[in-house]
Design a protein around this ligand. Structure first.
Ligand code: 5RP
Length: 219
């Protein structure tokens, strides 16, 4: 099976976590696109979706799925999203699609983060994937120096601004053995909007696509 077929497999499998009549949180990326398409094809009626990006909003609306204002939602039972890496405790690197800040905001509304990913995303330790950090532009040079001081090589993502209008740094060379500590440290630097480590909002469940089928990891 191709990587895209594995993504489609888990996109369909995530329908199990959708409660008819209830609202859900929806992430961003190619795996989530499969989930949105599967949701539309399933005929399941939901109260609407809180979306984590303009890209997902457009896809949801294209399928006639109502997009809810996050400010009007106090709580979601479930948030369904992909990941760039996921470790054995359900901590993740996210933001490959530049949507990390809104993803964190919507994930924070949810009781449960259900991660959907192809098997290549499961890693013993986070950090082989460059860590995305959304930043305020005037802080870029200082944040590059701060990353270097902890052993990371940070480069601005060329030609990309987030949906919030901010640039992103991609930080290479970090071995993230303590995701909670690094999330707190980088998140506290002046000028950081958000860091793509999801340790506080880690996954409760991961549906991992493998050629043998969906492997369900519960954390
Ligand atoms: C977007 C994300 C995505 O969840 C992550 O990049 C995985 O994407 P894909 O499903 O396309 O592999 O964090 O900001």
């Amino acid at each position: 099976m191709t990587q895209d077929e594995l993504k489609a497999l888990v996109g369909r499998a995530a329908l199990e976590y959708v409660t008819p009549g209830a609202p859900i949180g929806v992430g961003t990326g190619s795996t989530v696109n499969h989930f949105i398409d599967a949701l539309a094809a399933s005929g399941l009626r939901i109260a609407g979706a809180v979306s984590s990006s303009e890209q997902s909003t457009a896809r949801l609306r294209h399928h006639g799925i109502a997009v809810l204002d996050p400010g009007a939602v106090e709580r979601l039972a479930v948030y369904i999203d992909g990941a760039d890496e996921i470790d054995p405790r359900g901590c993740m690197i996210k933001g490959g699609g530049a949507a990390l800040t809104r993803e964190k905001i919507v994930a924070d509304l949810a009781d449960r983060f259900v991660c959907i990913a192809d098997q290549s995303k499961a890693v013993p330790v986070l950090g082989a994937f460059a860590l995305p950090v959304e930043v305020i532009a005037m802080a870029l040079p200082q944040l590059v120096r701060r990353c270097a001081a902890i052993g990371g090589a940070a480069t601005p993502r060329a030609g990309v601004l987030t949906d919030n209008g901010h640039p992103l740094l991609d930080v290479r060379g970090l071995r993230i053995a303590d995701p909670e500590a690094l999330e707190a440290e980088i998140g506290g630097w002046p000028g950081v909007v958000s860091v793509g480590i999801f340790a506080r909002q880690r996954a409760a469940v991961c549906l991992l696509g493998t050629p043998e089928g969906v492997r369900k990891l519960v954390f």
